[in-house]
Design a protein. Structure first.
Length: 460
């Protein structure tokens, strides 16, 4: 289980490493003369969790805030989808799990009376054409012992050790520490679902810190009843619909004495300050006047995002039986989980969750092809399930025209160089989004980054 001490120790290191890199977050009041009480105007670009949390925090401080969102819906990469309107079965095409350690999102759910339901699973396995139930497979005792030691060692690592660790990828680190054979393959299959790409691309520091600091089920703990997008709805109600403009894509930002934001549909908005709460690909698609500093442009060009495909399969029967069913496989559909846990119905949804090239491959095919792929994997162990399949919903984040990826993936030596450069304010603009957060890649991180930007803007 996670402890607060562990978490704060990691946060502390991250802050210090930013300082070491000579690019600490510039404090907001260095930029402006804004005072609370005076009618300050702030524009927030992005109606995802980061932007909405920023706008809500500002509204609470009586700041005049406008949210501009390019899609026709709020929530961004939180994308709840009703796959069966008659039975009201809702699945997540974006973010799924709220972690037990994610205190801010849990507080907000509490504040808005949103119920958090248990969304933990016990993992089955298909490996080399053999199916094992959750209790019938495990890592070898040798590797379990070694891994335990590594997690323990992390707690006493110095900052220098951590910087050193960041020079290596997770696959290499595991190999160097005696992980091999089936253990290594299982780690690749499991851990790559967390990071969204092969563990050969992920910084060893990010991975070890994640596993050492996460909850027992690796933050795959809870989900908001009726869909995670309920939180976006509640935040929007507090911000006020009249202050939110969906279907408005920002194309140009001018920063002089104030900020002028131009949208594709010809509308313009003016404000004293700007919070830019959008992914890096979207930042780069905006024409900035004046242009971004070189350091920021370089960082924007460096950061990669993970490719994730979610293929939701609606069946007229829950043939997997256990409500807490999930399964890792070494086949194309990669990882399955029961996406309608806690939603009473005879029908149910399995999501095939794929990463990297598998994700791209599946996304490029049609529903018929995907049906046959699922059949090929499941048939030997669950029988022919094709007759039970009613419909599919598929979403591939790798070609999402706004983010071109699911979430940021920090590679070797990027966390304490690329991230601080992206965090730095630029003239009247402050930045927010999951890619900048300590809980990077999570809804929690997005929310906290938005609230942090709001504080920066009002100089608190
Ligand atoms: C497949 C997948 C699985 C995930 N699983 C989990 C999970 O289990 N648990 C978890 O906590 N997190 C998970 N996440 C991550 C989580 O979804 C993100 O961390 C979080 O939602 C990001 O929020 P954000 O506000 O930073 O960005 P976004 O949600 O991307 O919001 C940015 C918003 O800005 C808008 N925008 C962009 N450009 C412009 C423009 N030019 N003009 C106007 N608006 C613009 C976008 O449309 C978008 O709505 C997952 C994400 C994906 C994709």
């Amino acid at each position: 289980m996670n402890t607060i001490t562990q978490l704060s120790s990691r946060r502390e290191f991250l802050r210090q490493s930013a300082l070491l890199a000579g690019s600490a977050i510039v404090s907001a009041n260095a930029f402006g003369n804004i005072q609370i009480g005076k009618k300050t105007k702030v524009i927030v670009i992005g109606g995802g969790f980061a932007g909405l949390a920023a706008a809500y925090a500002l509204r609470k401080k009586n700041v005049d805030v406008t949210v501009i969102e390019s899609r026709n819906r709020l929530g961004g990469r939180v994308f709840s989808h009703v796959i069966d309107p008659v039975q009201n079965l809702t699945v997540e095409l974006g973010a799924e799990w709220v972690g037990n350690s994610h205190t801010r999102i849990r507080e907000l759910c509490d504040e808005f009376k949103l119920e958090l339901l248990n969304n933990q699973f016990d993992t089955h396995l298909i490996y080399k054409n053999q199916y094992s139930k959750t209790t019938d497979w495990d890592f070898s005792d040798d590797w379990k012992g070694k891994f335990k030691v590594l997690l323990k060692q992390y707690q006493t690592m110095t900052d220098q050790d951590k910087l050193h660790l960041d020079q290596m990828d997770w696959w290499r680190y595991l190999v160097n520490n005696g992980c091999e054979g089936k253990d290594l393959i299982l780690r690749e299959l499991l851990d790559s679902t967390d990071f969204g790409e092969s563990i050969r691309h992920v910084s060893a520091f990010i991975a070890l810190a994640t596993f050492a600091e996460s909850s027992e089920k690796n933050e795959m703990d809870l989900k908001i009843k009726n869909g995670n997008a309920q939180l976006a709805k509640k935040l929007a109600e507090q911000i006020g619909q009249e202050n939110i403009f969906t279907g408005h894509k920002v194309t140009k930002i001018e920063q002089k004495e104030n900020v002028i934001v131009h949208c594709e549909n010809g509308k313009t908005f003016e404000a004293d300050k700007l919070i830019c709460a959008i992914p890096t690909f979207a930042i780069k698609n905006i024409q900035w006047e004046p242009g971004m500093p070189d350091e920021k442009t370089r960082a924007l060009n460096e950061l990669q995002y993970a490719r994730i495909n979610k293929n939701a399969l609606l069946f007229n029967k829950r043939f997997w039986e256990a409500e807490n069913f999930d399964m890792i496989t070494d086949q194309v559909p990669h990882y399955f989980y029961h996406a309608t846990k806690n939603q009473p119905s005879a029908k149910g949804v399995l999501i095939s969750y794929t990463i990297g090239e598998k994700a791209e491959l599946i996304a490029n095919q049609n529903d018929e092809w995907r049906k046959e792929m699922i059949h090929q994997t499941l048939n030997p162990f669950f029988g022919d399930v094709r007759g039970m399949l009613q419909s599919q919903a598929n979403y591939y984040w790798g070609t999402d025209n706004i983010s071109q990826g699911a979430y940021a993936m920090y590679g070797i030596n990027q966390w304490h160089t690329t991230r601080p450069a992206l965090q730095k304010p630029f003239l009247h603009t402050h930045f927010a989004g999951e890619h900048l957060a300590d809980w990077q890649g999570f809804m929690e991180g997005a929310l906290v980054s938005g609230e942090t930007a709001a504080l920066e803007v009002i100089g608190a």
